[in-house]
Ligand binder design. Structure first.
Ligand SMILES: C[S@@+](CC[C@H](N)C(=O)[O-])C[C@H]1O[C@@H](n2cnc3c(N)ncnc32)[C@H](O)[C@@H]1O
Length: 297
């Protein structure tokens, strides 16, 4: 095996110049430089960001360069030569912002329009794709508990980012966050209080172990990994917004093939099925909340 070296990625004189200038503003990342970084990451680390939206990539790359005080040249060097740097890079490239019961009206709709249907199944397998630090998975677990469906449901949370998955497995959230999630919980119209589902200690709250038992978190890359089960419900919320249309369609195909007949797919509040092909494969159960049901087998 031959190790890749910096020279393999043609560090140009202009790159070297930017080391001298320290490229302080980073406003100047050109489309060519972004393409070069995408190519490098694909070759060296096997992650393909070519179908992420360019505007978002540019923002994230610029942020990494500013945070780490790196020029374009330094960034390439670090990606090739610094063990461990890629994990930090991945964490910055992926946007991991999340919350419990995000968009409470979505959970209200799920509760009233989808759960009655799911309750007719013997087992309910749910996939939360792009679950970040687990808040979405535990929101679903709480919803299932309140609907009396906990014992027959199981929720898989997956993400490309191993660091957030570690947080998700712990299921520990700061009390400050719990306070803001409580408002969502109430708007979603759920019974009791959000803290009923947590054990609180000092300034943190841990999700009840009986809810954790019904969950499993693992690494899964929506771009390169295949489906791994047949699900009654798939949620992939606030992930498509970072993907170009052709990538969204590839992933819709993956979801279609991973759903049981008449299974449900939930996208984020700004994410709709736009392609004619998939409009024929899914029917909108709730257009406003972007809840879809698979048509056919
Ligand atoms: C903004 S968060 C959304 C979290 C949660 N679904 C929600 O709506 O609050 C987007 C998540 O998608 C993940 N992600 C980005 N690209 C991915 C990919 N190719 N495969 C799997 N997850 C990905 C990110 O790591 C991040 O945790």
């Amino acid at each position: 095996m031959r190790f890749l070296r910096t020279e393999d990625f043609q560090l140009k004189t202009s790159d070297q110049d930017s080391v001298l200038n320290m490229d302080v503003t980073h406003q100047g990342l050109t489309p060519e430089q972004i393409a070069e970084l995408i190519d490098l990451v694909k070759k060296v680390h096997g992650f393909d960001f070519s179908d992420y939206t360019k505007a978002s990539l540019k923002r994230r790359l610029t942020r990494i360069m500013q945070l780490k005080k790196l020029s374009f040249y330094d960034l390439k060097q670090a990606l090739i030569n610094s063990p461990g740097f890629f994990q930090d890079f991945l964490e910055e490239i992926t946007v991991n912002v999340t919350e419990m019961f995000r968009d409470p009206s979505f959970y209200k709709a799920l509760n009233s329009q989808v759960l009655p249907y799911l309750s007719t199944y013997q087992h309910i397998k749910i996939w939360s794709a792009g679950c970040a630090s687990g808040e979405e998975v535990y929101s679903l677990a709480i919803l299932m508990r309140q609907a009396g469906l906990k014992d027959k449901s199981f929720i898989y949370g997956t993400d490309i980012n191993t660091v957030v998955l570690k947080e998700a497995r712990k299921g520990i959230y700061s009390f400050r966050n719990i306070k803001s999630y409580t408002e969502n919980y109430q708007i979603a119209g759920l019974n009791g209080s959000l803290t009923d589902h947590f054990t609180t200690m000092y300034d943190a709250a841990t999700i009840h172990s009986e809810l954790k038992l019904n969950t499993l978190f693992s690494v899964h890359n929506l771009i390169s990994d295949t489906g791994f089960n047949e699900f009654q419900l798939i949620t992939c919320r606030n992930v498509f917004i970072y993907f170009e249309t052709q990538l969204q369609e590839r992933i819709l195909e993956l979801f279609y093939n991973s759903l049981c007949p008449h299974g449900f797919l939930c996208l984020g509040s700004k994410e709709t099925i736009r392609s004619d092909l998939f409009k024929r494969k899914f029917v909108a159960v709730n257009q406003k909340e972007n809840i879809y049901q698979k048509i056919g087998s």
